[in-house]
Write a protein that binds this ligand. Structure first.
Ligand code: FMN
Length: 129
């Protein structure tokens, strides 16, 4: 089982555009046993993907040619024992308006088994304005 965390750039996507990415992900991911979460702050995405290596590689290939975002930077690619979010076909972790509230709410929603390093990266992303 592998886990990938990446960020990408997508300035000014509408709520509808983000919703449609989520819908598409939630439709496709169960077939490939991919799970994870997605954050969007109005400029950048952060996405955690987990699944078998071959499935992740195939999805990352699709993501790299998706014109809705650019500049994918992989922050982590880890071999893990099990899934940290088995029930999320692709969960939208909404960012609260105020940065302070964002930190609190997000830490309540992030899976407890998220590694310390990944947790820190997600919280750092959430603290950007
Ligand atoms: C930020 C972002 C995250 C995405 N996440 C996923 C995902 O988790 N699963 C997925 O199948 N497609 C995801 N997509 C869409 C893929 O890039 C691609 O458009 C889609 O998989 C093609 O689906 P189709 O073969 O059903 O047309 C994402 C796109 C963006 C921009």
């Amino acid at each position: 089982m592998h886990q990938v965390l990446y960020i990408s750039t997508a300035p000014n996507l509408s709520d509808d555009a983000v919703k449609s990415i989520l819908k598409q992900s939630q439709r496709n991911n169960p077939q490939h046993e991919i799970t994870g979460f997605l954050l969007y702050n109005g400029r950048n995405f952060m996405q955690l993907l987990e699944g078998e290596d071959a499935h992740l590689t195939a999805l990352l290939r699709k993501l790299s040619v998706d014109v809705r975002h650019t500049g994918i930077v992989r922050l982590a690619h880890e071999n893990v024992r099990g899934r940290i979010c088995p029930d999320w076909s692709m969960e939208h972790l909404r960012l609260a308006e105020s940065p302070k509230e964002r930190q609190v709410r997000l830490s309540q929603r992030l899976p407890a088994s998220l590694s310390h390093d990944l947790h820190r990266m997600v919280m750092n992303f959430a603290s950007l304005n």
